[in-house]
Design a protein around this ligand. Structure first.
Ligand SMILES: [Fe+2]
Length: 249
């Protein structure tokens, strides 16, 4: 039996990165890019066999609370303070096929806009029952979901008075470690989105819209939590490397 996968067959071909869609590395309005953006032309390295066909995460056992940020850091049996949310969505490849068994990780500030991180400098208090990290593995149809509280906006040292809109950071592994994507999710209707220098580094408004989760009243838990849907599109199953420009902010 011949099990070699050729580009263009049912497993999907290589997709070239669309650099007009992704944010450029150098965006002076987002100050730190001025000293970390590459100063030389990028080199294109072919993916190795292990990168393209390496391990996935379908058999990795997760803790039952890994996708429950309301309870997974509880110190006293209580729950995190804040607007309770369900965040869910589908991970798809560029051919709109679900990506099952892939690891989705998420991290965020607490309801006051404060991260649980040793280098965090914002004066908003920590919530003793909120850690701010979780993970999930997509099901057979590519869906992930988790419970959390809505993160607060927070100020950051960029311009004189810049604030990040409420957001959740995401990491998604495709079918191999080399396919890791890091991005940020925003909340529908938030006016702060359009004032953010990091969001402003995305050249196409449609690209920004794709980062905004939609309020989904049909999947709320009555008297408990609102729901937001955030779908994520990866490039083809045998994609070249993603770049991760928005990490850590
Ligand atoms: Fe952040």
């Amino acid at each position: 039996m011949n099990d070699i996968i050729l580009p263009g067959d049912d497993q999907g071909a290589l997709f070239a990165r669309d650099r007009s869609w992704q944010p450029p590395a150098y965006t002076p309005g987002y100050k730190s890019t001025t000293f970390r953006a590459p100063r030389h032309a990028l080199l294109s390295l072919p993916g190795t066999a292990s990168e393209l066909t390496g391990p996935t995460f379908g058999d990795m056992p997760l803790n039952p609370l890994d996708n429950d940020l309301i309870r997974n850091y509880s110190q006293d049996g209580g729950e995190a303070i804040g607007q309770r949310l369900i965040v869910y969505g589908q991970v798809l490849d560029e051919n709109a096929r679900p990506v099952p068994g892939t690891l989705v990780e998420f991290w965020q500030a607490n309801a006051g806009g404060r991260y649980r991180h040793k280098r965090e400098g914002y004066l908003a208090p920590l919530d003793p029952n909120f850690g701010g990290c979780g993970r999930a593995i997509t099901d057979a149809n590519g869906f992930y979901h988790f419970r959390t509280v809505k993160p607060g906006a927070y100020p950051w040292p960029n311009g004189a008075n810049d604030w990040r809109p409420a957001h959740i950071h995401f990491s998604i592994f495709g079918h191999a470690f080399a396919q890791r994507l890091i991005t940020q999710m925003y909340f529908e209707g938030d006016p702060m989105i359009w004032q953010c220098p990091i969001v402003g580094s995305v050249p196409d408004k449609a690209g920004i819209t794709q980062l905004i989760a939609k309020l989904d009243r049909h999947n709320t838990t009555p008297m408990d939590a609102l729901a937001y849907r955030f779908d994520i599109v990866l490039r083809g199953r045998r994609s070249t490397l993603f770049e991760n420009k928005l990490e850590g902010n």
